[in-house]
Design a binder for this molecule. Structure first.
Ligand SMILES: Cc1cc2nc3c(=O)[nH]c(=O)nc-3n(C[C@H](O)[C@H](O)[C@H](O)COP(=O)(O)OP(=O)(O)OC[C@H]3O[C@@H](n4cnc5c(N)ncnc54)[C@H](O)[C@@H]3O)c2cc1C
Length: 397
């Protein structure tokens, strides 16, 4: 079958491309999705609420080898894009943009309802992609299509249960397109189980700093979740992109559980108020008991020591630990726990419209491009913008 535009992958950027094509009244467009339905990952985003963009996005927020400035400027506002699809949005106090109904299904519905004449070919895993005179041949296990233009929107390696195991990148590799190797990002950071096990299940508000050979790389405030093997939470997710797995031993995380407080002042006040209690009981006024035990152990103080016996040096050590508990990073959680992929098609391989320079008529969008942003709507914003940009250029509209 001969098409004008074939889109490989029915995720965020592929659907944005298809909707853009429909809005422009293009015919001869089809979207190939390996799963029985498109947009499975969209339903899982933002804990089922879909944090579809952020009010404060600027190009400099994105890392990777492709300069996103022009694409983001042309796309403009994600709220306007979605309101154009009939989806009202709301922005929370921290600038995160959601559908007004706070349900990710509403986002997917809004996209699906505006596909117009685009043929939706599900259960269609693309296995081959090669240039032919005047366009491209796209093969699935059961069919073969030709198209003047192709948008590769098959995502990255993260969250394979949503259809993205990264296997589609082999088609780009086979075409000689340079790829930055994939790395899981927006994921928990693994640390030593013997340190974490006693803290499993705890959630604390903290200032978190990623250290590279002891030097601060990035600091964020937020909730830290302790699991049996990893440190999790949005602030940790944002650190993953800055960790180089090839020299993992250089990285550690420093956690301050008394942000905004002078630890000495807090400790001396507690010591005065809780005279007669143990050191562990003294600390339960500010942190969870398992964490208090960890802090005392790290500060080499007996948990059952009467707190009035804590002298200057003990109080100093306690203060230091409360404002800087250090956990070595032993790895990044795998792609199955990551929300996104760093890596993808190198920026130099793409023109400003996301067309592969060495493969005219082939475009790459979303996570398949070496572009990534922080947690909070940046990923999806890039997907909508890149999908729309590629569709406009591919269709010449
Ligand atoms: C749990 C979770 C929560 C998240 N929450 C947010 C959030 O709130 N805000 C945010 O900005 N980002 C969030 N993200 C990240 C965001 O969802 C992704 O970055 C984004 O969906 C990537 O879009 P994409 O178009 O590149 O690819 P995807 O959305 O991953 O879609 C790729 C599609 O291609 C299909 N496909 C793959 N290979 C083939 C093939 N060979 N043939 C045919 N089809 C194929 C896949 O089945 C999939 O449907 C979250 C991610 C996860 C996993």
């Amino acid at each position: 079958m001969q098409y004008r535009l074939l889109i490989i992958g029915g995720g965020a950027s592929g659907l944005a491309a298809a909707v853009t094509a429909a809005q422009c009244g293009a015919d001869g467009v089809a979207l190939l999705e390996r799963l029985p339905r498109p947009g499975k990952k969209i339903l899982a985003t933002g804990n089922g609420r879909c944090n579809l963009s952020h009010a404060g996005i600027v190009p400099g927020d994105y890392a990777g080898s492709f300069d996103v400035s022009q694409i983001l400027a042309n796309f403009g506002d994600a709220v306007a894009f979605f309101e154009g699809l009939g989806l009202l949005c709301r922005t929370d106090g921290e600038g995160r943009i959601y559908p007004y109904s706070m349900t990710a299904a509403a986002v997917l519905d809004a996209l699906r309802m505006q596909l117009g004449g685009t043929s939706l070919l599900t259960d269609s895993q693309v296995t081959g992609l090669r240039p032919i005179p005047g366009g491209w041949r796209v093969e699935t296990e059961t069919a073969s299509y030709t198209s003047a233009r192709v948008i590769f929107a098959a995502g990255g390696h993260a969250a394979p249960k949503h259809g993205t195991d990264g296997s589609a990148w082999a088609m780009l590799d086979a075409l000689g397109i340079p790829l930055v190797p994939p790395k899981p990002i927006l994921c928990p950071l693994r640390s030593e189980a013997k340190l974490l096990r006693p803290l499993k299940g705890l959630r604390v508000r903290a200032d978190v700093t990623l250290l590279d050979r002891g030097k601060a790389v990035r600091t964020e405030s937020g909730e830290v979740q302790f699991t049996e093997t990893a440190l999790s939470g949005i602030c940790l997710f944002n650190m993953a992109a800055h960790v180089d797995p090839s020299r993992i031993g250089d990285f550690s995380v420093r956690i301050c559980v008394l942000p905004g407080h002078d630890p000495a002042a807090v400790l001396y006040a507690l010591q005065a108020t809780r005279a007669g209690q143990t050191a562990e009981d003294m600390l339960t006024g500010i942190i969870h008991r398992p964490l208090a035990r960890h802090v005392l152990k790290t500060a080499q103080i007996r948990a059952d020591l009467p707190c009035e016996q804590l002298g200057y040096h003990e109080m100093q050590r306690l203060g230091d630990v409360l404002s800087g508990m250090v956990f070595p990073v032993t790895g990044l959680a795998g792609f199955d726990q990551a929300q996104a992929t760093a890596g993808g098609v190198r920026g130099v391989a793409l023109d400003e419209h996301l067309q592969v320079r060495s493969c005219p008529g082939l475009y790459v969008t979303g996570e398949a491009v070496d572009v990534h942003g922080p947690c909070g709507g940046w990923q999806l914003h890039w997907c909508w913008a890149s999908g729309a940009a590629a569709a406009h250029h591919a269709l010449g509209i």
